[in-house]
Design a binder for this molecule. Structure first.
Ligand SMILES: [Zn+2]
Ligand SMILES: [Zn+2]
Length: 207
């Protein structure tokens, strides 16, 4: 399994390509937040066969590139069912207040906690981690955890948005993410990667 990080869009949301090195290089795109030319160039250079676009949550900075990306890879878009309302409404997903303008779309797949999505020889497990948004998810693939705007290296997601909850994000992180082994790699929605060990030891929000 390989991971490529592409900071995308004006808020530098991390778009990730995750793909199998076997089985025709099948892969997924996580959170295409803009800079679609960069994303498609990587897909082309690596010769990937993209199967799904999976969204960690419905905020504008993570979804802004989808409509353009779908012209290049027309694959199903998956989001947790509790964030579907964000995708459909530019005011709710905050894109109407962002410089790139309103982004609205419909999901093809509504996810639930525990769902699995398979591509190539890889299985992605969906972990519902609400708090930053009601339907925020983390995506567990082997030893890797894609945490969206729930857990960052040295920080946690904002909870001052409508629908956010500080209590929920804290229990999501403690009960559903920090339970994984120390060497689990954390790939957040913004900024550099980390590990569960490092976040447990040094994230000021988790002491
Ligand atoms: Zn967000
Ligand atoms: Zn974000």
């Amino acid at each position: 399994m390989k991971v490529v990080r592409i900071p995308a869009g004006i808020y530098a949301a991390n778009c990730y390509l995750v793909y199998s090195e076997n089985d025709n290089k099948e892969g997924i795109v996580i959170d295409p937040g803009g800079d679609v030319d960069d994303i498609t160039a990587q897909i082309e250079n690596l010769g990937l066969s993209i199967k799904y676009i999976i969204l960690t949550h419905g905020h504008g900075d993570h979804i802004a590139g989808i409509n353009e990306l779908k012209k290049y890879v027309d694959v199903p878009v998956a989001i947790h069912k509790d964030d579907e309302y964000l995708l459909k409404n530019g005011d709710e997903n905050l894109s109407s207040m962002m410089p790139m303008g309103t982004v609205e779309l419909s999901a093809d797949i509504l996810l639930d906690d525990g769902d699995e999505i398979a591509f190539g020889d890889i299985t992605a497990k969906i972990i519902h981690t609400p708090g930053h948004t009601p339907g925020g998810i983390s995506i567990k693939i082997g030893n890797n955890l894609f945490t969206g705007d729930t857990l960052f290296a040295g920080s946690i997601g904002r909870t001052d948005f409508p629908g956010s909850s500080f209590e929920k994000i804290m229990s999501s992180i403690k009960d559903k993410l920090l339970i994984y082994p120390d060497d689990t790699i954390v790939y957040p929605g913004h900024g550099p990667s980390s590990t569960i060990k490092r976040e447990k030891a040094s994230n000021p929000f988790l002491k």
